[in-house]
Design a protein around this ligand. Structure first.
Ligand code: HEC
Ligand code: HEC
Ligand code: HEC
Ligand code: HEC
Length: 215
């Protein structure tokens, strides 16, 4: 499906070029290239885009469900979100959230990958830190039972589609990871949507929040 869309996008770009549009207009397609996660122009990235995060061989298996991970993984312990009205059972970050925090908690250098230890830390503006108590909760199971207990959440198992690993009453849906809400439920590390803040869905009119919150 995605590949077909990409083919169509490529074909359209070719048509645009044929009619004299500038090549710059092609960048409207969402992609990692040129995004905040494209480090290929940094000396330490060896000119590659995927390598700081992924490797085809000898991947780091310190985190379960990690997609062929190449980056050093954080060993920090995190203060997680809590509140008197929260029903979710929030655990220490696991799965993909731990991968994000391996650069964004500010304890591991962004250029620590492929077995080498780097020195470049994330900038203060993008540092989430190890205290997650002031951030939207992540790393918890979001299922029909949580939706029922809370009473004001979309039920991932009975929403716009039949897949319990996505949420929303209508496309575009946001993903859960093995039934859990993670950083990548709201963010697309590959900038596939071309939205500011690497978001999955535009938050204009709080549209991202309303994918899951039934208010
Ligand atoms: C800044 C780190 C980062 C970079 C750079 C990056 N990825 Fe990822 N990638 C992730 C994270 C984190 C996940 C897990 C979360 C998810 O699936 O969205 C992931 C998941 C994936 C997956 C599995 C899930 C999916 O979305 O299909 C594939 C395949 C993938 N990446 C390919 C690539 C390729 C190819 C590149 C280079 C063009 C790349 N990634 C660059 C961080 C990165
Ligand atoms: C419930 C949705 C949601 C979750 C979960 C989430 N974020 Fe965000 N995040 C946002 C939104 C919305 C913004 C603001 C984006 C914008 O407007 O530029 C944001 C902004 C950011 C920024 C930009 C700097 C800043 O603080 O504004 C970073 C970095 C970031 N998030 C990282 C993370 C990491 C790492 C995690 C997991 C620990 C995470 N996010 C989980 C929704 C989320
Ligand atoms: C290899 C290290 C690395 C990993 C892994 C990584 N990031 Fe980033 N991320 C960065 C760097 C570096 C920046 C640019 C920060 C800056 O502006 O100084 C960034 C920028 C961002 C931004 C801010 C975009 C903006 O508008 O300023 C968001 C949001 C973000 N990352 C979320 C995530 C999420 C979510 C994950 C996991 C799914 C993730 N990152 C994984 C290194 C990483
Ligand atoms: C991927 C689904 C999803 C998205 C997107 C999302 N949330 Fe949530 N949010 C949840 C779930 C699930 C909980 C846990 C609710 C509970 O257990 O009470 C939660 C918790 C919260 C809480 C804490 C509630 C409490 O009782 O302490 C607040 C506040 C909140 N979200 C606001 C937002 C805002 C604002 C946005 C948009 C920027 C947003 N959420 C986006 C799913 C989501």
């Amino acid at each position: 499906m995605k590949r077909n869309l990409q083919r169509i996008a490529t074909a359209l770009a070719a048509v645009a070029l044929a009619f004299g549009a500038s090549p710059g207009e092609q960048t409207a397609r969402g992609e990692i290239s040129g995004s905040e996660h494209d480090f290929s122009s940094q000396g330490w990235a060896q000119g590659e885009i995927c390598l700081p995060c992924h490797t085809p061989h000898n991947a780091n298996q310190a985190v379960t469900q990690a997609p062929l991970w190449n980056h050093e993984v954080t060993t920090a312990s995190f203060t997680v979100y809590s509140s008197p009205t929260l029903q979710a059972q929030v655990a220490q970050p696991g799965a993909s959230s731990k991968l994000c925090l391996s650069c964004h908690d500010g304890t591991v250098a962004i250029d620590s990958f492929g077995g080498t230890t780097g020195t470049t830390m994330i900038s203060a503006g993008a540092r989430v830190g190890t205290d997650l108590s002031n951030d939207h909760p992540v790393s918890f199971t979001y299922d029909a039972s949580l939706a029922t207990t809370d009473g004001q959440l979309i039920n991932p198992a009975a929403d716009g589609d039949t897949d319990p690993n996505t949420v929303g009453m209508a496309p575009p849906y946001v993903p859960l990871f093995a039934g859990r809400l993670e950083c990548a439920s709201c963010h697309d590390p590959h900038n596939g949507t071309n939205l500011a803040g690497l978001l999955r869905v535009s938050n204009a009119g709080s549209g991202l929040c309303l994918k899951c919150h039934d208010l």
